[in-house]
Design a protein around this ligand. Sequence first.
Ligand code: F6R
Length: 350
Amino acid sequence: MHPLDDPQIYRRLDPQGMIDLVARFPAMGTEAWEAGLRLQLPPGPHTTVVILGMGGSGVGGDLLAALLRPAFPLPVVVVKDSRVPGFVGPQTLVFACSYSGDTEETISAYTAARQAGAPAIVITSGGTLEGLAAAHGDAVVPVPRGIPPRAALPYLFLPMVGALRYLLPRADLPGEWAEAHAVLEELAGELGRDVPTDRNPAKQLAQRLVGHLPAVYAATSDLGAVAYRWKSQLGENGKVLALWHAFSELNHNETVGWEDQTLAGRVAVVLLREPEEEPEVTRRIAATREVSFRAAASVSEVTARGRGRLARLLSLVLFGDFVSVYLALLRGVDPTPVPPIDAIKRRLRG
Ligand code: F6R
């Protein structure tokens, strides 16, 4: 029996059930979407949307920017820092996202944004940020407690999408979510722990990554946010270093690093692709496989599902989340604890 098909491995290495949290992504998404529909935006006009958040709480901002880029009328800027850019002011709509509500950078950035007069919505499960939001009279989207922040991504991301539908009246965002939810349910059924390795592409991919440096490359810059999520999840759940980048930018720099054939042979490439690509993208990836990836340990491909952008982004996110947990188990580590993150936060708090 393949180790990932043995129920023992989950009992032994995943006692807090990260694999079950990943499988609950679609159900969490429904709750989170509904929370977004109930949310009222602060009065405008808004000229910019800014998302504040770090780590698992900040990646929702990256996904939001990627989702909205083609049609949204306003710039969407993600801030992963204690400071906010100089343009932030009364016409900036701010989402401050922190699962714990106690992340120093997010608290400082939120305070700076409020001082600059920006209206804000806070997404958190509690902590200092919840108290500050109450003091400022800002709306709070509550996130359920007791989940590692990175596993709570639907709660941190989807309320922003639901809330912004007013600013994008011609786009059918509710229809996009309905499709995305169906796609996520389908995928969770195909990639879950009970689906044996010989029929489970997420378990198979995790197996290919063991002992290698994963390099997750997005076929387009729009999918770059997802490649970054893969890298982060491989780090936090799988406890491995990983590279990420996006075409076509990677052909202007990282591609040259592949000349180091010794290291190249230890890299397992994962290409994140769209179901329908521009012919230029297909040609570019084929050329890069020939020129750069010849010496790679392996080259795998994962293709997004669905017609809408939301389904495509989230289907790739969910696939990567499963892979990261399976990789942890194959490496003999518990996917849930993140001791270095906790240790550094503790040290900085003094
Ligand atoms: C832990 C995780 C981290 C945190 C980050 C910020 O599961 O994903 O990346 O998200 O350290 O903390 P919060 O989310 O509490 O603001």
